[in-house]
Design a protein around this ligand. Sequence first.
Ligand SMILES: [Cu+2]
Length: 477
Amino acid sequence: MTTRCVDEFPRQASLSRRAVVLGAGAGAASLIAAKSVPLVRAQTAAPEAVDHKITIAPTSLEIAPGKVIKTTAYNGTVPGPVLRLKEGRPVRIEVTNNSGYPNLIHWHGLMIPSVQDGAVEEGSPIIEPGASLTYSYIPKPFGTRWYHSHAMAMTDLAKSTYSGEFGFLLVEPAAGDPGSYDREVLLAAHHWDGHWVSMQDIKKGPPPDNGLEVMYHATTLGDRMLGHGEPIRVREGERVLFRVLNASGNMGISLALPGHRFKVLALDGNPVPTAAIVDVLKLDVAERADVIVEMNNPGVWVFGSTDDEDRGIGMGIVVEYANKTGEPSWTAPANLKWDYTVFGWANAASAAPDETIDLKFEKIPGGRGGYNRWTINGKSWPDTNPLFAVTEGKRYRLRLNNNSGDEHPVHLHRHSFEITKVGEKQTSGVIKDTISMPRYSTAEVDFVADDPGPTFFHCHHQDHMDEGFAGLITYRP
Ligand SMILES: [Cu+2]
């Protein structure tokens, strides 16, 4: 397998026709030439002040004593700085790319113009090494969003979403936060120190129809491996709002806090119709959950992965009640089931779609030593450009069919969708931007074409996206 670099990859081919960042250097204002994209005009060399500055640069993280991860990060911290924005209030964010590779930042879950969205496939400009770019947009809708690299990584497990380039972006409601909790804790999960391995060699079983996969040697929930950071210190009777994000490159997570339950208020930042109480939070890559935990079981607990292996390499954080000491305890939850429909309206039907589109996801196995390729309706990016076209104002139903043995968190940029069916079960009211499709599963999601501009649709596993699992939805003029 030869290593393809970003510049050679066909996904980048359209860039020269679009926007190019010209501005660079310390202190220089960014300048963008993009004659064909008038929306960029607002970004051009304006003397306006910026609200936030983010520098992407190499950093070293000590996630446990002696366990140092060399990665890239935003402003030297992982996660990056929490961006608290106000719904509807314009924001300007200056990004300087010292990561050493062509890069850009995607504002995940926001409904903003394609050119600001941070996906080169939609026409957002790439930020060349050493250059700066100011993103300028009106944040909406409110909720737990996040920001992360949307660069290609291909075989380089130090780049893009494999790296520390992620952070929370919280859009506060214009009406103000009701705040029926005592405090807020932000927790992002990430997998580190990945290596390409052949499962065929590891499992020594019959030859699976599978190519190389990433195996990780460390994980964090928060900023350290389990047992090595400061615990979350709580008091009995407190209501804690946890905003949990899976910011991993390509690993789903499942979390529990023994002796406690999670009241789920929002998924992907959007309030759910039924605030169901569950024992386990299953979050695929890019998914978020806002949950309330009533601290009513004094002790010292592990809030961690239900997967022993994952927890063993660090996925967890200690929750410690005031005046309690001792080893943190862990008990596996009895029920690991996760079902989006428990958060929906059981009986209310969704609006009828104007059009229904079938999307089938399949794997082209790489075999031993090779990388798997991925297809949507038999095609891989860039042959999936366009995937299909929409008319503004119409409602589209996507019938998703994961005809593969892998799980896929499927993400739609710049729009939210309503989950209308999971397997054979109807539901409504759960609004998300990413849906986890378990192996060999089906689901239906509806979205309204209400944000004109090229719209990227892809699997949020970095390796799947890089290997073709992506398409572009276009608006009819
Ligand atoms: Cu995938």
